[in-house]
Design a protein around this ligand. Structure first.
Ligand code: NAI
Ligand code: MG
Length: 502
């Protein structure tokens, strides 16, 4: 199928040895696995500003390690206030210039390109994601990278249909968006942020988390290869200080942040009184409610996925199991048996179920919570599996004999640690489920549709899964109540968060 080219649209010029796609035929995707066998990690990565890789103004770099081996992988540039300013200026210039002068259809085409390039280099991205962040390759290969590509595909489709998405309104982009993302789903969170922003005609300055910047810098190479106009996407690395410089920059129109509730509150405070728009996707303490009539073996698999997926570094993790009294003993026994079969270890091994904890800091945080749990009187069960000597690993853990007021029930642990409580009635389950400062996600397991409706409508959670858990789709909105955040990402809601709708 031929595309009518916008005269201002740049041709696709691959600079990487891995890019072999012919974008003339963008509808016929033919994966070429041999082309993505090569995984390259440079000694050092610069900042990606205005379409170029540039050195940081103060010449400072920080190390990034592989948490499974504790060996240094590479170094990233530390962006200063001056660098943030250059990135914002580049984004502003692109927003006012080339990016707003090309057609919406061309904008979509660039996003389709990025989606296809991610698919083409899926293996490379999956390997890098697992090396830098510690997640099992099975997850980065089957979840993170395909979903990241799916987000680009989904929002590419909206780019020239915004008028239809919001009938009766005149959708306009917001301008320059500052985007700060966490370390648990580095590439996927980049896609959640960049794809809708660009589809709506905005430009972006994105900062990945300091422990997992590798796939973002690889993505910067794709942006260059895809021929996006300079300054539309700027990717700068650094820690919290760099993030704060983005938040406080005067010429930014919107902040999109995913991360801890603590930093989310700081950002909200810094933005008070400014006219910057913001969306915050923060922590969670999801309840996983199992009724007596549930298919118990499936529910056990559900629990395993809800809490041990990505080592439990998941904001919507089902980290509190609420099980109806009559089946509690049986379910816990089956859960313990199943946990003994989990393989904890090398993230790059395809058989691994649970990889490395993302960083030393997070490893210490989780262990601190385990100590608190014991002090509060919890019983601890950990499976007997072996774990590697080097790197940061934690055995899958259950905490029983806990009560609603316990710290481990109230606070986000963000690790492979599940608390277990029992309940008698649906109302009691809902009350316990809602009784934390968070409201991001939850799940209900039952044979009865009526219970699904009751729990689904009474849980104060942005997402409620029924007889499944941790299922994601670009068409579906995601976000929280209470301290879990402000605004929604994904679907049409995620699109409206990047538009002025008058
Ligand atoms: P964090 O909130 O400090 O980091 C997330 C991102 O924010 C990173 O890119 C970081 O560089 C940036 N950042 C840090 N301070 C900032 C500031 N003052 N202004 C702007 N940006 C800033 O999260 P951290 O410390 O790595 O993890 C701590 C806890 O947060 C975890 O144990 C977990 O409970 C929670 N968390 C939740 C996530 C979620 O998906 N909801 C993701 C990551 C962490
Ligand atoms: Mg790392």
């Amino acid at each position: 199928m031929s595309q009518t080219a916008d005269t201002k649209e740049k041709p696709y010029k691959p600079t990487s040895p891995n890019s072999k796609l012919d974008f003339a035929s963008i509808w016929e995707y033919d994966p070429a696995p041999e082309s993505s066998d090569h995984v390259e990690i440079k000694d050092k990565y610069e900042l990606f500003i205005n379409g170029k890789f540039v050195k940081p103004s103060k010449g400072r770099y920080f190390k990034s390690t592989n948490p499974a081996t504790n060996k240094v992988l590479t170094e990233f540039a530390e962006a200063t206030q001056k660098d943030v300013d250059s990135a914002v200026k580049a984004a502003r210039k692109a927003f006012e210039g080339e990016w707003s002068s090309i057609s919406a259809k061309s904008r979509g085409k660039y996003l389709f390109r990025l989606a296809r390039m991610l698919q083409e280099r899926a293996r490379e991205f999956a390997v890098l994601e697992s090396m830098d962040g510690g997640k099992p390759i099975r997850e980065s290969r089957d979840v993170d990278v395909p979903l990241a590509a799916a987000h680009f595909f989904y929002y590419a489709g909206w780019a020239d249909k915004l008028d239809y998405a919001f009938p009766g309104k005149t959708p306009e982009p917001l301008g320059v968006c500052g985007q700060i993302i966490p370390w648990n789903f580095p590439l996927l969170m980049l896609a959640w942020k960049i794809a809708p922003a660009l589809a709506c005609g905005n430009t972006v300055v994105l900062k990945p988390a300091e422990t997992t910047s590798l796939t973002a810098m690889k993505f910067a190479e794709l942006v260059k290869d895809a021929g996006l106009p300079d300054g539309v996407v700027n990717i700068i690395t650094g820690a919290g200080q760099t993030g704060a410089e983005i938040v406080n920059h005067k010429d930014i129109d919107k902040i999109a942040f995913t991360g801890s509730t603590g930093v989310g509150k700081l950002i909200q405070r810094s933005l008070a009184g400014t006219d910057k728009k913001f969306t915050l996707e923060l922590g969670g303490k999801g309840a996983f409610i199992v009724f007596e009539d549930a298919a118990i073996d499936q529910a056990v698999e559900g629990v395993i996925n809800a809490i041990f997926f990505n080592q439990g570094h998941v904001c919507c993790a089902g980290s509190r199991l609420l099980v109806q009294e009559g089946i509690a003993d049986l379910l816990i026994r089956k859960l313990k048996d199943r946990m003994e079969s989990l393989i904890v270890g090398d993230p790059l091994d395809k058989n691994t179920d649970i990889g490395a904890i993302n960083s030393e800091q997070q490893y210490e945080t989780i262990n601190k919570y385990l100590e608190i749990g014991v002090e509060e009187g919890a019983d601890v069960f950990q499976c007997k599996c072996s774990i590697p000597d080097a790197g940061y690993f934690i055995r899958p853990t259950l905490l029983t004999n806990v009560s609603q007021a316990n710290t481990v029930v109230q606070e986000e642990i963000f690790g492979p640690v599940l608390t277990i409580q029992t309940f008698r009635t649906a109302d009691e389950a809902i009350e316990k489920a809602n009784n934390t400062p968070f409201g991001l996600a939850g799940g209900v397991w039952t044979d009865k549709g009526s219970k699904i409706f009751k729990v689904g409508s009474e849980l104060r959670s942005g997402v409620v899964w029924a007889n499944t858990y941790n299922k994601f789709d670009p068409t579906s909105p995601f976000g929280g109540y209470k301290e879990s955040g402000v605004g929604r990402e994904g679907g049409l809601h995620g699109l409206s968060a990047y538009l002025k709708l008058n």
